[in-house]
Design a protein around this ligand. Structure first.
Ligand code: GDP
Length: 196
């Protein structure tokens, strides 16, 4: 499986403005700076499809990318950057909830987790919220090429935290945008999901 073509489709401040053509979509979300743009570019084999940001949390837009002329990869605003105000956070929450509770074309959400840091409460809370609301999601651990990730058990630690609440783990992918690890597994998973 392969991503052969990819192009920017549209940006939206509000979920209500998102495409209405009914194409299936996979959403990408995670803490700011988790490596979301890098992973999206890696999956699409493009240098700058999604813009890697020097300024974390700058974009609060939902970006749609059309893949293989048939489905969307949806880049959702990240969460949890340090300078985020209460007001911004509240806005993010209500928009994100609206997206996940109403977006009928969503196939699966990819929640990105930095494999180099111990389990973060904000990630666990977000993943638990998805689980409680029955939103289909998988985990993509990022930056697995880094030393901390190779040495440490942050992937295992995160799974252990989840197993305190849930009986089963979602599908988990280990990814590195630097080494291009995880691309085949993720694209295969997407294609299989689209056939279901
Ligand atoms: P975003 O804010 O989630 O979109 O994150 P970016 O893709 O902009 O990446 C944030 C930072 O992490 C940048 O400095 C990237 O170069 C770095 N980064 C992203 N992916 C990887 C990876 O797979 N390996 C390593 N070592 N660094 C990465």
């Amino acid at each position: 499986a392969q991503i052969k073509t990819s192009s920017f489709a549209s940006s939206h401040a509000r979920v209500a403005q998102a495409p209405t053509d009914g194409r299936p979509e996979f959403a990408f979300i995670g803490r700011s700076n988790v490596g979301k743009s890098s992973l999206i570019n890696m999956l699409a084999s493009r240098k700058e499809l999604a813009h890697t940001s020097g300024k974390p949390g700058k974009t609060q837009l939902i970006n749609y990318f059309l893949i293989n002329h048939s489905w969307y990869l949806t880049d959702l605003p990240g969460y949890g950057y340090a300078v985020q105000s209460k007001k911004t956070r509240g806005k993010w929450e209500s928009r994100t909830e609206k997206y996940f509770l109403n977006r009928q074309t969503l196939v699966t959400a990819f929640v990105l987790i930095d494999s180099n840091v111990p389990p973060q409460l904000i990630d666990l809370e977000f993943v638990n919220w998805l689980g409680e609301h029955g939103v289909p999601f998988v985990l993509a651990f990022t930056k697995t090429d880094r030393k901390k990730s190779r040495d440490g058990g942050s992937v295992e630690a995160f799974k252990t935290e989840l197993l305190k609440t849930w009986e089963e783990l979602p599908p988990c992918f280990l990814t590195s945008a630097t080494n291009e690890d995880g691309r085949d597994e993720i694209v295969d998973f997407m294609e299989a999901s689209l056939l279901d």
